[in-house]
Design a protein around this ligand. Structure first.
Ligand code: N01
Length: 556
């Protein structure tokens, strides 16, 4: 059945197969389809590379995979009944449970009938004569749509570094971001894990429970804070259920999409004892409190940051028995908070196990992968032998998933070429020369520096408003102006300039991918102020956008 046939009897315009093509069936794609179809009465078609809904949670099935956001705010809030009825079993929802939640959402809002699974979008070209997108799939199908919405996620393009002879390894190979659906059993095996980011921090304690011998290759030590996971208490749960509207309002207006507030007093103005008194309860409480709910000056001033770092270094020394290993696990050379803060359940303690070894590959990098293991540069061929290697080496973040698709706008311009020196957007949602294209939680929006479902809902609701406006005006296109985009790019650069974020080699900066432009990609306005800015744009008659038709190109 073609999409045209599928859309018969719907409101799709005759010149298009479907009003909107949506790429991806994670949180963003599902909510986008729901709003377009169920509240706007338009037709939408979702294409999803995976075999089920879930997006990042469909692929990231490694041991210990769970969200680092508290479960009561890690979900949709647009539907009060949905929010009340879904019960999370733990403070941090585990991957299976998040997937079950999204399957429930897809069923509840009757979304499955408009999702095509196991199909990857390979390209999309804007047809300037018809003001439509021609979207092509890896199944050879071409679908025309008025609007194109990328709901591809910021962390969905996995990165495996091109280690020499990587394909020669004869044992089992895994990537945390592309974990098999079948149970992986490491019992009695010698396992090597490369990487110590958030995925590795979650996986390592569980892999260590099964493996006979585990070697972790660390290039950069991470500031890891306890998760303090467990089932939420009955009293807390009841209080939250009684406060749906309050919680929704607070997370939408917050800095990061959580119920966390930054302290008014800075670390610089505080004594070491005061800092200890502030941070210790947050450390014991677990979660992002030390990172996103403490001293704001640590993001701007290295001296303030050093005071928080000292507190964290002391905690690591308390947890790790061997002083040499502890020193290696203590992050050095970059400030706390400018790299994504992983949460752990027993990460540091795992290195107290006699069968777990930590290898520093910053001072002595990986030379190559051999048929039986890993060798380092200055060890004269001596080898770490493994039955399995786990690449916990992260993602080509934010721009990576978009750049994989050949998206061509006006004049055939490729989006990835336009973004050659870093993303260029207006509001992190649109890009000049690419009419009717919306990037949900795209680069230069708060995105990965927020609790994602909160930002996703805001972006989708904004897209719905903008599309509604196109239709209201009898227009066919909406597009960011070059001036608005240039100003947004400059604004983003100005926001990050006084902070310490650019001083570290992080995936926020694209620094984990050789050759990628070194540009800070998320927007630092923060969730509440960014929402206010978007509301202002709408209130100011869609400032920064032009609306056009085939005959009359641009009317502001
Ligand atoms: O990836 P990462 P991740 N040689 O990029 C190392 C989200 N997430 O999958 O730091 C040796 O953080 C690399 O070293 P370095 C979250 O936002 C969320 O762990 O570049 N090592 C690093 O240690 C997170 O931040 C959740 O020096 C190499 C590791 O591989 C994001 O996803 C859970 C190397 C990659 O760490 C990414 O996390 C999991 C090389 N050539 C993830 N190349 C939850 O919410 C790379 N590395 C729970």
């Amino acid at each position: 059945m073609t999409v045209n046939q599928h859309a018969l009897g719907t409101t799709a315009e005759p010149t298009v197969d479907v009003d909107a093509v949506i790429i991806g069936a994670g949180f963003s794609g599902l909510y986008m389809l729901h709003r377009l179809r169920n509240t706007m009465g338009l037709t939408g078609r979702v294409f999803e590379a995976g075999g089920g809904v879930g997006g990042t949670w469909y692929w990231n099935r490694y041991p210990g995979a769970r969200s680092d956001s508290d479960s009561y705010v890690y979900g949709f809030t647009f539907d009060e009944d949905l929010w009340r009825e879904w019960e999370w079993s733990e403070r941090y929802p585990e991957q299976h449970e998040i997937r079950a939640y999204l399957e429930h959402v897809a069923q509840r809002f009757d979304l499955y009938r408009d999702i095509t699974f196991d199909t990857r979008i390979t390209g999309a070209s804007f047809d300037e004569a018809r003001n439509t997108w021609a979207v092509t799939t890896d199944a050879g199908e071409t679908v025309s749509a008025r609007y194109l919405v990328t709901a591809v996620g910021a962390l969905s393009s996995s990165n495996t570094p091109p280690f020499k002879n990587i394909d020669s390894f004869q044992g089992e190979t895994y990537h945390t971001g592309l974990w098999p659906h079948e149970e992986v059993d490491f019992t009695g095996k010698r396992v090597g894990v490369i990487g110590t980011g958030a995925s590795a921090v979650q996986a390592i304690p569980l892999i260590a429970k099964e493996a006979s011998d585990l070697t972790v290759f660390q290039r950069t030590a991470n500031y890891v804070i306890p998760a303090n996971n467990g089932p939420p208490g009955v009293v807390v749960k009841k209080a939250r259920l009684d406060d749906y509207a309050g919680i929704r309002e607070r997370i939408q207006r917050s800095y990061f999409g959580f119920e966390l507030n930054l302290l008014e007093k800075g670390a610089l103005e505080s004594t070491d004892e005061e800092i200890h008194q502030e941070l210790m309860p947050r450390w014991e409480e677990g979660g992002f409190g030390i990172w996103l709910g403490s001293y704001v000056d640590m993001f701007f001033n290295d001296e303030a940051n050093a005071k928080v770092r000292k507190f964290l270094h002391d905690r690591i020394r308390e947890k790790v028995d061997d002083p040499e290993t502890a020193e290696l696990l203590i992050p050095k050379g970059y400030p706390f908070g400018v790299k994504r803060n992983p949460l752990d359940s027993g990460y540091f303690e795992t290195f107290n196990e006699p069968h777990v070894h930590l290898v520093d590959v910053k001072s002595n990098p990986i030379a190559e992968i051999t048929p039986t293991g890993v060798t380092l540069e200055d060890e004269d061929g001596s080898e770490y032998g493994f039955d399995a290697i786990v690449y916990a080496t992260g993602f080509d973040a934010m721009t990576g998933p978009m750049n994989k698709i050949a998206i061509r706008g006006r004049g055939g311009q490729l989006l990835r070429e336009k973004w050659d020196e870093g993303p260029r957007t207006y509001l992190g949602l649109t890009s000049a020369g690419f009419p009717n294209l919306f990037t949900i939680t795209g680069p230069q929006s708060p995105s990965v520096l927020s609790n994602m479902p909160v930002s996703i809902e805001q972006h989708v609701d904004l897209v719905v408003k903008i599309i509604g406006e196109v239709r209201e005006r009898g227009a066919e296109t909406v597009e960011a102006t070059r001036e608005a985009e240039d100003a947004w790019v400059v604004h983003n650069a100005e926001l990050v300039k006084p902070t310490l974020f650019e001083t570290a080699d992080t995936w926020y900066m694209g620094a984990n991918i050789p050759g990628k432009p070194r540009v800070f990609m998320p927007n630092l306005s923060f969730v509440g102020p960014y929402r206010a800015k978007c509301d202002e744009v709408v209130a100011n008659d869609y400032e920064g956008f032009t609306f056009g038709t085939s005959k009359q190109e641009a009317t502001a």
